[in-house]
Design a binder for this molecule. Structure first.
Ligand code: GLN
Length: 450
């Protein structure tokens, strides 16, 4: 209770600088904290009992608003918990509130949020990244020790890198998505955002695993992630994809990443250059597929079932049109238009099918490289955190931000962002990419580095 109260006080005092929270849940948090104290006193504590956390505002939380960063869901209070929220509750974690995010998780800067952008704690004139920008900023500003995030095309790893924290996007299907508002269902995955790999292991342990409520969730057994954190890295084979170290990336970032790789060599790893030759195709493929899926997923926001509804609709068509015109912001509308266009009859072969073919090529590139090496290391982003407003009027330059993160989602692979230094006062992230269900290996590698 004491810890929860002191962090709530800290958030109330400081979050006006960061805008990392959309909703604070003081009352329920204190109730959960009391229950946690009681469980501890009764000898029922787990490693997470009494741990204050926050959830990205796209995970449904019973009784606490779930806005998805959108006017459309500004009034939405879910009647049930997402599976991962339920599991963290059961493990004794305390939910302090819901964190800021790009609207419906579409963005790389948190600037598309209906609630205004979150800010980077290292320099509040800079973005924290997105779409899980609020979770990253809150952990970086030490408002909370850990948070949840979601990653459809980089939204855990990129803000983790820009804010200097640890972010893990697990293998597609590792964590249930029941109760997570869908953006692009073939890409979306939840994950922990923490200060260290050790903390990420503790959270993932609870979040991962089979769920009868999500048919896309893997039934593969969940290993003990903490047990292998200290395993030796002797003989680890690291691949550096030449396409990720090419011109165009800030040299200071490449230098930090290379310095990190050198540390692993000292720990007994071997390093070789590898090639992911279709990397340049990941942005065009993703920005067809993700909007196509989003246009379908977002059709449920129609003013009938939940969320925003326009005043005095004339008829059903007017209800749909005005509700959606009023409820969605610019970026979401852009995605819906791109997506419906790509899926429309006559264009399907030219866009959607082509993008799916590229997706398979990208996946095969990874599969063959991961035959030769155990993990791939690379930058997370081409640049450090940019200034608020800098890319807002140019969607394509915002999309380019995702060049090193998107391919993993297209392939369904796990990836991690680990802090590896600074350029000026802004943090730099090292990306570690592993084979399917290799989360334990990624956590082990990150832990040895930290
Ligand atoms: N920046 C990417 C996008 O805007 C990824 C978002 C995400 O991972 N949710 O689509």
């Amino acid at each position: 209770v004491e810890l929860t109260q002191s962090l709530l006080d800290r958030i109330h005092r400081l979050d006006s600088h960061y805008n990392s929270f959309i909703t604070l849940a003081d009352d329920t948090a204190l109730l959960q904290a009391k229950a946690a104290d009681a469980a501890r006193a009764a000898g029922h504590a787990t490693p997470l009992t009494g741990l204050p956390i926050a959830h990205k505002d796209l995970f449904c939380t019973q009784g606490i608003r779930t806005s998805c960063g959108s006017k459309m869901l500004d009034n939405f209070i879910s009647p049930y918990n997402a599976t991962l929220v339920e599991r963290l509750n059961q493990a004794g974690a305390v939910t302090l509130g819901k964190t800021n995010m790009d609207e419906f998780a579409m963005g790389s800067s948190n600037e598309s949020s209906y609630y205004g952008p979150a800010r980077n704690p290292w320099d509040t004139q800079h973005v924290p990244g997105g779409s899980s920008g609020g979770s990253a900023a809150a952990v970086a500003a030490r408002l909370i020790p850990a948070a949840t995030g979601s990653d459809t095309g980089g939204s855990i790893r990129q803000p983790a890198a820009l804010c200097g924290i640890t972010g893990l996007k697990p293998t597609y299907g590792r964590i249930s998505r029941y109760g997570m508002v869908a953006f692009a269902s073939s890409l979306d995955q939840a994950g922990p955002m923490t200060r260290s790999a050790e903390d990420a292991a503790l959270l993932l342990q609870v979040m991962a695993g089979e769920d009868p409520l999500d048919s896309t969730c893997s039934t593969q057994a969940v290993p003990d992630y903490s047990a292998t954190l200290n395993d030796s890295l002797e003989g680890l084979r690291i691949g550096l994809p030449k396409e990720y170290f090419a011109e165009g990336t800030d040299p200071a970032i490449l230098q930090k990443v290379r310095e990190a790789v050198a540390e692993f060599e000292k720990l007994g790893a071997s390093v070789k250059e590898v090639s992911l030759p279709n990397t340049h195709l990941c942005i065009p493929a993703y920005y067809i597929l993700a909007p196509a899926e989003a246009s379908s997923n977002l059709s449920r926001f129609d003013g009938v079932r939940y969320g925003h509804r326009c005043d005095d609709p004339k008829d059903l068509e007017d209800l749909y049109k005005r509700t959606r015109a009023e409820g969605f912001g610019t970026e979401v509308k852009r995605r819906i238009m791109v997506g419906t266009y790509a899926l429309s009859e006559g264009f399907y072969d030219a866009y959607y099918r082509k993008a799916q073919q590229i997706r398979r090529m990208l996946q095969q590139d990874f599969v063959s490289v991961l035959d030769e090496v155990d993990v791939i290391m690379a930058p997370v982003t081409p640049y450090p955190a940019f200034r608020l407003g800098e890319k807002n009027s140019d969607p394509v330059s915002m999309y380019m931000e995702d060049i090193f993160t998107l391919s993993l989602n297209l392939a369904g692979l796990p990836g991690m962002s680990v802090p590896c230094g600074f350029t000026g006062k802004l943090p730099v992230g090292l990306q570690i990419i592993g084979n399917y269900f290799a989360e334990a290996k990624l956590l082990n590698i990150a832990h040895k580095f930290q």
